[in-house]
Design a protein around this ligand. Structure first.
Ligand code: TXA
Ligand code: MG
Length: 341
């Protein structure tokens, strides 16, 4: 199958393909999503095949208008109304109990709940409207690889497997949405993202974090969080920001004869300029928001160099505020491994 790029001018063609049950990737403020008509069982199944995604991992339903979720959810609690008013369109996904059979079980992974979000991207909101149906949208990468933050990343992973890609440059946030479960007694963050616990609590009061986010030993509640994720083929090691042991890591790598690349802020890269290391700058200075925007692109870039690296060393941030989402993704990419002197 040929994979066609679409833009604002050709959006109606992309919507037509989606109505016909084809797969079209779309941009959002977080990462690119792999779109399919959420009400079309066969189209949704094709998403799992294209991504090579485990079938028990439910998909987020993307809407162009908050009212659209009313056909699927059993109730809209008052706190949900407040969260939607504050954060939609934006990087907050909400999980609700759903009306039985209102969505194909391929969307919900067989759960009684489903997740919803209204993305903050004009082209994609227009695409959903023109399609006339909500769209499922997992990150548009091959399962297990870093999520795509450009249309080119999507093409790299899925060319020939999907009908099209709506292209709109690089995504502004760079990490997937915060996933907040509203189906239980206490609202619980299952996946950290750009909307932080503090920002949510400012609107609805105390919430919880899924305990697995603090302990790698516990099983996460969100099916997708248990899989190996975001991993380049090259081994990734984190450099603890408290220890700051870059020099020890460089020396060790030289002794071991390992070809390394570094993923860090430009100031740090400059500090080691005389070592002539392969590098990718995550931000101009230490800044976790900018670093989040570039993390997946950096992992992909260093993983795909013509001359393969043995090791990618990445700078870390404290696990608080926006740093929680950055570290959640980076720790998975690094298989939890820090450099130890
Ligand atoms: O920012 C995002 O959320 C992106 C863009 C494209 O919108 N989408 C995205 O989708 O990250 P995906 O499928 O890669 O991640 C969805 C996550 C998975 O971890 C999945 O297990 C979880 O949300 N999830 C979805 N529905 C759920 C449910 N009913 N209960 C628990 N977890 C759920
Ligand atoms: Mg994903």
């Amino acid at each position: 199958m040929e994979t066609t790029f679409f833009d604002k001018q050709t959006l109606a063609e992309a919507a037509q393909l989606l109505r016909e049950g084809q797969l079209v990737a779309f941009p959002t403020e977080t990462v690119y999503g792999l779109g399919a008509d959420a009400t079309n069982k066969e189209a949704v199944k094709a998403v799992y095949t294209a991504k090579n995604r485990p079938s028990d991992n439910p998909l987020i339903v993307h809407v162009a208008n908050p009212a659209e979720i009313l056909s699927f959810v059993t109730a809209l609690p008052e706190i949900a109304t407040r969260l939607i008013a504050t954060f939609w369109p934006g990087p907050l996904t909400l999980i609700f109990e759903t009306i039985p059979d209102s969505l194909p079980s391929a969307v919900t992974g067989g759960l009684t709940t489903a997740s919803f979000r209204m993305p903050d991207n004009e082209l994609t909101l227009a695409l959903i409207e023109q399609t006339g149906r909500p769209l499922v949208g997992p990150s548009a990468n091959t399962s297990g690889k870093p999520s795509p933050t450009t249309a080119e990343h999507v093409y790299h992973d899925l060319a020939g497997k999907i009908a099209g890609i709506v292209a709109d440059g690089a995504t502004s946030i760079g990490l997937e949405s915060t996933v907040l479960d509203l189906s239980g007694h206490i609202p619980t963050i299952l996946r950290p993202g750009a909307v932080t616990q503090g920002e949510i609590e400012a609107v609805i009061g105390a919430i919880a974090l899924d305990p697995h986010l603090a302990s790698e030993q516990l099983v996460p509640k969100s099916p997708g969080m248990k899989y190996k994720h975001y991993s380049p083929d090259t081994r990734v090691l984190m450099i603890d920001c408290e220890k700051n042991n870059w020099l020890e890591a460089f020396n060790w790598a030289r002794q071991m004869n390992l070809k390394i690349g570094i993923l860090a802020n430009a100031k740090l890269i400059k500090q080691f300029a005389e070592k002539k290391l392969v590098s990718f700058s995550l931000s101009s200075q230490r800044d976790v928001v900018a670093a989040s925007q570039n993390l997946f692109a950096g992992l992909r870039a260093l993983d795909e160099l013509p001359e393969k690296l043995d090791l990618i060393l990445v700078e870390t941030y404290p696990e608080e505020g926006q740093g929680l989402a950055f570290m959640n993704r980076l720790k998975k990419a690094a298989n939890q491994e820090f450099f130890e002197a």
